[in-house]
Write a protein that binds this ligand. Structure first.
Ligand SMILES: [Zn+2]
Length: 209
């Protein structure tokens, strides 16, 4: 089963590995696909965006993030929001999709999306919200990436063309996650692997074939 993992912290084939632009992470081997951002958790300690700009421009960088708002950790929300806006601008400027880490800030994200009307797709990673939240985000064109834990009603309601899968920090493999998500959607793992890989191709281009 040929799965594509849109967000992981371990470099491997058919995976986008998430790097942090805080300056203490080295670059992955050539050919590795990565995203780069200043995580909301680092928003209180990392204010220097120099690494972010430099790493984001590299050809292996296929998405900007993780970036976002986490109300349970990191700097005060206003500071996190400013930092997120920097990532949004970069995503638009470099034409690379935005990978979001959001905790307890759905309203803020929807408001920002309405205000800024980005051209690039926004991907909500590790989506665990309910079906109503999923619907609001889907209406605005978001992609929802599903990992180890999720709300079954929401996952069952995501259209085929907006669904992605990820391992993030899980000990499960991407195949395990595909099997779990497929079961929830009354789909076959093979079909789910195919549609989520297709969505990754749509988002990231030929690089992840
Ligand atoms: Zn992560």
């Amino acid at each position: 089963m040929n799965c594509f993992d849109i967000h992981s912290h371990k470099p491997s084939p058919r995976t986008v590995v998430s790097l942090s632009a805080t300056g203490d992470e080295s670059l992955p081997p050539e050919g590795t696909l990565f995203s780069v951002g200043i995580h909301p958790w680092d928003s209180a300690t990392c204010t220097d965006t120099e690494h972010l700009y430099r790493m984001a421009a590299l050809p292996g960088c296929v998405m900007i993030g993780e970036a976002g708002i986490d109300k349970l950790r990191g700097a005060p929300v206003d500071i996190q929001k400013e930092l997120l806006k920097t990532h949004i601008q970069l995503s638009e400027q470099l034409q690379k999709p935005l990978l979001l880490h959001i905790v307890k800030a759905t309203d803020e994200i929807i408001a920002l999306h309405k205000e800024l009307r980005p051209e690039m797709p926004w991907i909500w990673h590790g989506f665990r919200g309910n079906a109503h939240t999923a619907e609001m985000l889907l209406k605005r064109g978001f992609y929802l990436s599903i990992g180890e834990r999720f709300n079954a009603d929401a996952v069952a309601a995501i259209p085929d063309d907006r669904l992605l899968v990820e391992t993030d920090c899980s000990r499960l493999t991407i195949q395990d996650i595909v099997r779990n998500v497929a079961e929830t959607r009354h789909d076959t793992p093979a079909h789910l692997a195919e549609i989520t890989s297709q969505n990754a191709r749509t988002l990231l281009g030929k690089v992840c074939l």
